[in-house]
Design a protein around this ligand. Structure first.
Ligand SMILES: CCCCCCCC/C=C\CCCCCCCC(=O)N[C@@H](CO)[C@H](O)/C=C/CCCCCCCCCCCCC
Ligand SMILES: [Ca+2]
Ligand SMILES: [Zn+2]
Length: 263
């Protein structure tokens, strides 16, 4: 029986040919494209520094989780080992759990939940159950994780219904566009690998890494905007672009001001 750390012991093998460009890296492009997660992290912290000052625990704990996601995803694609796959999936699961614990607005708590402490307990128990189940059939875990994105989309639409700020709608539209492109690459790599191999273009999973990082670049300012609206009433959140609103390519971020008007 192969060791759970052994190369290629994972039950999932992505479309890219193994050991094509290196003797030690199983999937070369799927590995190097993880650099996007390591670039995303300082970018988010730098751009949203005002929020980081207000909520250092939320920002830095999620940042550490994102660092782990990038590290484990890199290890996974280098080795395609069972341990790599589990670490990659569980890091994403616990990052999303933390994101719910820290950023989920109170007004969407289920009716039987009375306060945030109970909500944290509910998310904790659910995440532990999902963690245990993932050892039974890890491949289903990846689909489950993508379903969580659908719930995040639903939450976004609920918030947009209450908000008339065109900047919020614009950033949400970009987030959805990048997410649709990302998930299309992920699914296409999984389901139509034969086709991509025939045309000698097996890099869609590496495109997924890049595109989901870009989606997160929009998703994070949007969710911290909702967090400030609901949880920090002394501040007026504004979504702005770096380096400037007028540049054709610019990065969204959240600025905090003291004023009256809000969604
Ligand atoms: C101020 C700083 C804040 C930092 C906040 C960071 C929040 C990060 C939240 C989520 C991290 C998700 C990272 C995804 C990593 C993907 C790694 C990967 O590719 N793994 C695959 C195997 O290599 C695996 O098969 C992927 C499974 C599916 C993962 C689904 C992730 C959902 C991410 C949700 C993103 C929301 C974007 C927009 C939603 C509409
Ligand atoms: Ca492969
Ligand atoms: Zn990956």
């Amino acid at each position: 029986m192969p060791s759970i750390f052994a190369y290629l012991s994972s039950e999932v093998d992505w479309c890219e040919d193994n050991f094509q460009h290196s003797e030690v890296i199983a999937e070369y492009y799927n590995t190097i494209s993880n650099v996007s997660f390591f670039l995303l992290l300082p970018t988010l912290l730098y751009l949203n520094h005002q929020y980081v000052q207000q909520r250092p625990f939320s920002a830095y704990s999620l940042a550490i989780m994102l660092l782990l996601v990038g590290t484990f995803s890199t290890y996974y694609h280098v080795t395609l080992s069972y341990v790599g796959q589990m670490l990659d999936e569980l890091a994403i699961l616990w990052t999303l759990a933390l994101k719910y614990v820290l950023w989920f607005p109170k007004c969407y708590f289920p009716g039987f939940i009375k306060n945030r402490t109970q909500f944290v307990q509910l998310i904790g128990v659910t995440t532990v159950i999902c963690t245990l189940m993932s050892f039974i059939k890890p491949v289903f875990n990846a689909y489950l994780l993508n379903c969580i994105s659908l719930h995040l989309l639903y939450l976004t639409f609920q918030e947009l219904k209450k908000c008339s700020n065109p900047r919020v709608h614009r950033i949400a539209a970009f987030m959805v566009m990048w997410w649709v492109l990302a998930i299309s690459c992920w699914l296409s790599d999984r389901w139509f690998c034969g086709f991509w191999q025939r045309i000698n273009f097996c890099y869609l999973h590496s495109f997924w890494h890049l595109l989901i990082s870009i989606a997160l670049l929009y998703c994070c300012p949007l969710f911290i905007y909702f967090d400030v609206v609901h949880e920090i009433p002394s501040f007026e959140p504004e979504l702005e672009y770096w380096p400037s609103d007028s540049w054709p390519i610019a990065l969204p971020y959240l600025a905090l001001r003291k004023s009256y008007k809000r969604c």
